[in-house]
Design a protein around this ligand. Structure first.
Ligand code: CMP
Length: 645
C-alpha cells in the first residue's frame, strides 16, 4: 500500500472528506491505516471497517492549545496520530502524557459523565482521529474495550471493567464497575458544575445513609465515623438552607443521626454487661443469666474466665472482651505470682493436648477457645511440659437427661430458636475480621466465635451421646432420633444444626458402629444417605449450595462454609495491587455478606409444636454434654462394638 506509517497527504485528504463522499477505495485506505493503530488493536476487523467511514481527521497547529476542558460535555473520542497531549486535572496538574497511538476521551462517553480531565497539546502540529459520540455509540460502544485503565504519573489509578449482562441487573444502569483504584480517584468529582456537584452529593448521602443503616453498630462505635457523620449532616443542612437543595438528603441524614443518638443512649443503659465462660466448656452465658433472648457481646463487656498454670492451679479473671493476649498474660502472671522476668506465653491447650500460642496483640481470646480448651500461661521454655486437665478429657457438664423422653420436634424447634438468636447476634463485619485476622482491626469476633462454637458443640454432642449409650437397642433408638432431629432442623431451615448433626453422624466413631447401623430401619438409612449427600463437599459443596439456593429466608446458614468461601477469596486474591484497592476482591467478599443479609432478611416465626416439656428441653439444649477429643470418642466406640475379625 501507499501508506506505511503516519498520515500522509493522501490519507489526510481522504479523511477530510465527509463520510458519504468516501469511495470504497478511500474506505479501504483508511481501514488499512486503522489496522496499525495501537488503541484499536483490540477491536474486530469488521468494527474497524465501520470506523473507516466514521473517523474524522483533526489537526491542531499550536502547542498549549486546549482540546477540551475538564467538566465539558463529552462529544467525541480521540486517537493520537501524531504528537502528544497532557492530561490535566484541577488541583493536580498534569497527571499523565499520552503519545501517538494512545486514545482518550472515552470515559465521558461510556459513563455519560463530564470530561474527567483537560487535554492540552504538548507540541505543535498534532494530528488526531476523532469519532463523534453518535458514531461511537453506534459502532463501538458495546464492543469497546472491556477494561478502561487510567494512569497518573505512570501508575494505574483506576481500572473499570464492563459489567456482563447477568451482572447488569444488580448494578442497574451502570455499564462499568470499578475493579481497582486509588481511594481518591474512585471518589473524584470531575466537574465544578452546580447540578453535577449536587447530583454527586445526593449520591454520596444516599450511599452513606444505606451504609449506616445496614452496618449500624461498628459505624456508631467508630469515633472517626461518627465525626464524619456529624460533619456530613452539618454540611447537608447548610446546603439545604443556603442553596435550598438536598432537602430529601437532609432528612435522610437527620434520620441516620436519630438512630445514632438512640444507639448511644442504649449503649449507655446497657454498658458493662458481664459474660461468663464457664470452666467446663458450656456455652458462654450472660452472667446475670435469666435473659430470655440473647444480647450481643460488645467489646467493652466483661468476661469472666480461668487461666491455668502448668501445675493446674488457676486464677479467675474478669476482663473486657477486647483485652489483648498481653493484658491477659500480665494479669494472670500477677495473680498467679509468676516470676515477671521469665518470658511468658499465653497458650490454649486443647482436650487432645494440642497447644496453640496466642500472639501478644490477639484479642477476643476466651470466646475463641475450642470446646473443651483451656487458657494456660507458661514460661516460654516450659511450654512442652503443659498437659491438659483431666476434666478436659471427660465430657463437659451438660444436663444429664434421657434424650428419648423429649419430643424430637420440640427439640428441633428450641434448637432452631437458640441458633437463630446466636446467628442474629453475629455482625457481618465479624466475618471480615475473622477472615483478615481480628488483630489487624483490633475488633472482636466474639458473637461469631460463639456461633461457630455452637456448631462444633452440636457435632460432638451427637457423637458423645451415641458413644455413651452402651445398650445396642438404645443406641439404635438414639441414632434414629438424631436422624429425625436433622430432618426437623432441615424443615425449619436451620442448616447450621442440620449440617452439624449429619457431620456428627458421619464421624468415624459413629460410622464404624456397623451393628447399630444394621438395626436401623431402612427408611432411616435411606434418609441418612440423602442427608449425607447434601453435606458432600465435592464440587465445592454443590449439592448443599443448590438446595439452599431454593430456600426463602429466614435461614440459619451453614456458617463454616460461608467462612471457607471468604477465606478462599481472601487467600487467593491480593487486597491491593500496586497501591490500588482490589475492588473485585471486595465485591466477592461482599457476596458472602449479602448471603448473610438475605438469610436474616425475614424474622424467624415458626409454629411452635405442642409443648410437652418446654422448660426441660430449653435448659437441656442450652447445656449439652460434649467430649471433643476424637481419640477418646473412637476408643469408646471401639469398646461398644469391637471390630469383628
Ligand atoms: P474523558 O473523561 O472523556 O476526558 C478526559 C480523558 O482523559 C478521559 O476521558 C480519559 O480518557 C483520559 N485520561 C487519561 N488518564 C486520565 C486520568 N488519570 N484521569 C482522568 N482522565 C484520564
Amino acid at each position: 500500500t501507499l501508506i506505511q506509517r503516519g498520515p500522509d497527504a493522501v490519507l489526510r485528504m481522504i479523511l477530510r472528506k465527509p463520510s458519504h463522499e468516501r469511495t470504497s477505495d478511500d474506505l479501504e485506505t483508511i481501514y488499512e491505516e486503522l489496522l496499525h493503530i495501537r488503541a484499536l488493536s483490540h477491536l474486530s476487523n469488521s468494527i474497524k471497517r465501520e470506523l473507516a467511514s466514521a473517523v474524522v481527521f483533526e489537526a491542531h497547529p499550536k502547542a498549549g492549545s486546549v482540546l477540551f476542558h475538564q467538566g465539558d460535555e463529552g462529544r467525541s473520542w480521540y486517537i493520537i496520530l501524531r504528537g502528544s497531549v497532557d492530561v490535566v486535572i484541577h488541583g493536580k496538574g498534569t497527571v499523565t502524557t499520552l503519545q501517538e497511538g494512545d486514545d482518550f476521551g472515552k470515559l465521558a462517553l461510556i459513563n455519560d459523565a463530564p470530561r474527567a480531565a483537560t487535554i492540552v497539546l504538548r507540541e505543535n502540529n498534532c494530528h488526531f482521529l476523532r469519532v463523534d459520540k453518535d458514531n461511537f455509540n453506534r459502532t463501538c460502544r458495546d464492543v469497546e474495550a472491556n477494561t478502561v485503565r487510567l494512569k497518573e504519573h505512570g501508575k494505574d489509578v483506576l481500572i473499570l471493567e464492563k459489567i456482563s449482562p447477568q451482572q447488569k441487573q444488580a448494578f442497574s444502569h451502570f455499564k462499568y464497575t470499578v475493579m481497582a483504584g486509588t481511594p481518591q480517584k474512585i471518589i473524584d468529582s470531575p466537574s465544578q458544575d452546580r447540578e453535577f456537584v449536587l447530583a454527586c452529593k445526593r449520591r454520596v448521602v444516599q450511599f452513606v445513609y444505606r451504609w449506616v443503616t445496614t452496618i449500624r453498630q461498628p459505624v456508631f462505635d467508630d469515633e472517626s465515623a461518627v465525626d464524619f457523620l456529624e460533619d456530613l449532616a452539618g454540611e447537608v443542612e447548610n446546603d439545604c438552607i443556603q442553596l435550598s437543595a438536598l432537602q430529601e438528603e437532609a432528612s435522610l441524614m437527620h434520620h441516620a443521626m436519630t438512630q445514632l443518638r438512640r444507639y448511644q443512649e442504649d449503649r449507655k443503659a446497657h454498658s458493662g454487661q458481664r459474660w461468663k465462660l464457664p470452666p467446663c466448656g458450656q456455652p458462654i452465658s450472660l452472667f446475670s443469666g435469666s435473659k430470655e433472648s440473647r444480647t450481643i457481646i460488645m467489646p467493652q463487656d466483661d468476661i469472666i474466665f480461668r487461666v491455668y498454670c502448668a501445675d493446674h492451679t488457676y486464677c479467675t479473671l474478669r476482663l473486657a472482651v477486647d483485652s489483648t493476649a498481653e493484658t491477659i498474660k500480665l494479669c494472670a502472671a500477677d495473680k498467679l505470682k509468676l516470676r515477671p522476668n521469665d518470658e511468658l506465653l499465653l497458650v490454649e491447650v486443647k482436650s487432645n493436648g494440642e497447644r496453640v500460642t496466642f500472639k501478644d496483640n490477639d484479642i477476643s481470646i476466651p470466646t475463641a477457645l475450642s470446646l473443651n480448651g483451656r487458657i494456660f500461661v507458661s514460661p516460654k521454655d516450659h511450654l512442652d511440659a503443659l498437659t491438659c486437665l483431666s476434666e478436659q478429657e471427660e465430657s463437659t457438664q451438660g444436663i444429664d437427661a434421657d434424650l428419648e423422653l423429649f419430643s424430637t420436634k420440640e427439640l428441633a424447634y428450641h434448637m432452631t430458636l437458640f441458633d437463630w438468636d446466636l446467628f442474629w447476634c453475629v455482625h457481618e463485619y465479624e466475618l471480615l475480621y475473622h477472615t483478615f485476622g481480628r488483630h489487624h482491626f483490633g475488633q472482636i469476633t466474639a458473637n461469631l466465635d460463639v456461633f461457630l462454637r455452637r456448631f462444633n458443640e452440636l457435632q460432638f454432642w451427637v457423637v458423645t451421646e451415641i458413644c455413651m449409650t452402651t445398650s445396642l437397642s438404645k443406641r439404635v433408638a438414639i441414632l434414629r432420633k438424631f436422624i429425625k432431629l436433622a430432618a426437623y432442623c432441615k424443615e425449619y431451615q436451620n442448616l447450621n444444626a442440620f449440617c452439624a448433626i449429619v457431620m456428627g453422624l458421619s464421624n468415624m466413631a459413629i460410622s464404624r458402629l456397623s451393628l447399630t447401623w444394621e438395626k436401623l430401619p431402612s427408611k432411616f438409612r435411606k434418609l441418612y444417605t440423602e442427608f449425607e449427600s447434601l453435606i458432600d463437599p465435592s464440587r465445592n459443596h454443590r449439592s448443599y449450595r443448590v438446595s439452599v439456593s431454593k430456600l426463602q429466608p429466614p435461614i440459619v446458614p451453614f456458617m463454616p462454609l460461608l467462612l471457607k468461601d471468604m477465606t478462599f477469596t481472601h487467600e487467593g486474591n491480593k487486597t491491593s495491587l500496586d497501591g490500588l484497592v482490589n475492588f473485585e476482591k471486595m465485591h466477592m467478599l461482599a457476596q458472602t455478606l449479602r448471603t448473610i443479609r438475605f438469610c436474616r432478611s425475614r424474622h424467624l416465626v415458626l409454629d411452635p409444636p405442642s409443648p410437652k416439656s418446654e422448660g426441660e428441653v430449653k435448659s437441656y439444649i442450652s447445656c449439652l454434654r460434649v467430649i471433643d477429643n476424637q481419640r477418646i470418642l473412637t476408643g469408646m466406640s471401639q469398646k461398644l462394638e469391637p471390630r469383628r475379625s
